[in-house]
Write a protein that binds this ligand. Sequence first.
Ligand code: TYM
Length: 336
Amino acid sequence: MAKPRVLSGIQPTGELHLGNYLGAIRNWVEIQQQYDSFLFMADLHAITVPHDPTKLAANTYQVAAMYLACGIDLNHATIFVQSHIPAHSELAWLFSCITPLNWLQDMVQFKEKAVKQGENVGTGLLTYPVLQAADILLYEPDKVPVGEDQKQHLELTRDIAARLNYLFGKPESPVLKLPEPMIRAEGARVMSLADGTKKMSKSDPSDLSRINLLDPPDQIQYKIKRCKTDSIRGLTFDDPERPECNNLLSLYMLLSNQTKAAVTAECQDMGWGQFKPLLTDTMIAALKPIQDRYHEIMAEPGYLESVLRQGREKAEAIANPTLAKVKAALGYSVPV
Ligand code: TYM
């Protein structure tokens, strides 16, 4: 029997950080034996905010290398570039014609990012979730493993699929399959090192707010030394008054592969002066094998090209028939 399928992606904008790893990539690695995984670099999404054209292609390759360095196994997974598959853009157009404008105006990420861009906010930032729905629905996945911040986009994806099925399908033979979100409780929301109430993000102007996966040991040490804490002695999870404490303990728990109970017992009487070096060492040790592997992959000439060429072929073999099915349902003629 065919394995169930998962699909997910990351925008190649800036360096990947611990939020991307713990909220997404690490979970992809953990489940990859049970699923047929389709993982891509969302480079069409990467231009919804101002971008540097001299860096886009290199960033895209770096993200692919990072997937592999974190343990994605090509025996189970297909890695591809979104812009290499024209079906993504084409299906996004078809979806945009059946998506009510107010569905998009209600998206939290749009509201947050649009405020930052002021007058110059691009149309792509508004229609971004429609492209994301196309990314997902083209591959008919069973599950979409993401961090908590993508939940609303996945709900919209299901709404778009349901609307298209309602308008152009038959109840007994829906055109599109509705996927389920897969959001793990642990790591789904890694918070900023500068403010435990804000998520860790590539777009935060301060690099001190995040740990990038390629940060060298001295930088990790510096960032942890500088990160926001509080003046209370003893460390606890889940205290709403201590969001930074909860975040740093959670990072320690996830990166040291321990249970919450074990970390609670170990850290409950610690002060920050004792905990910070422990967290620093754990983080450096957890990232070292990833960084080593990343540099090996980047040094191998032609390797990533071949991975992405094969990825494109496998992805297209699934995406193109889905696009054809949607076009047929909408009544398009087939070119002769
Ligand atoms: P992006 O590039 O912002 O983030 C990639 C993945 O990392 C997760 N993530 C986090 N998880 C926990 N804590 C954090 N602080 C944190 N920051 C990011 C995200 O939830 C995500 O899983 N729109 C998507 C990219 C995309 C996509 C798709 C994803 C485009 N098409 C189709 C899934 C399916 C995005 O901007 O993710």
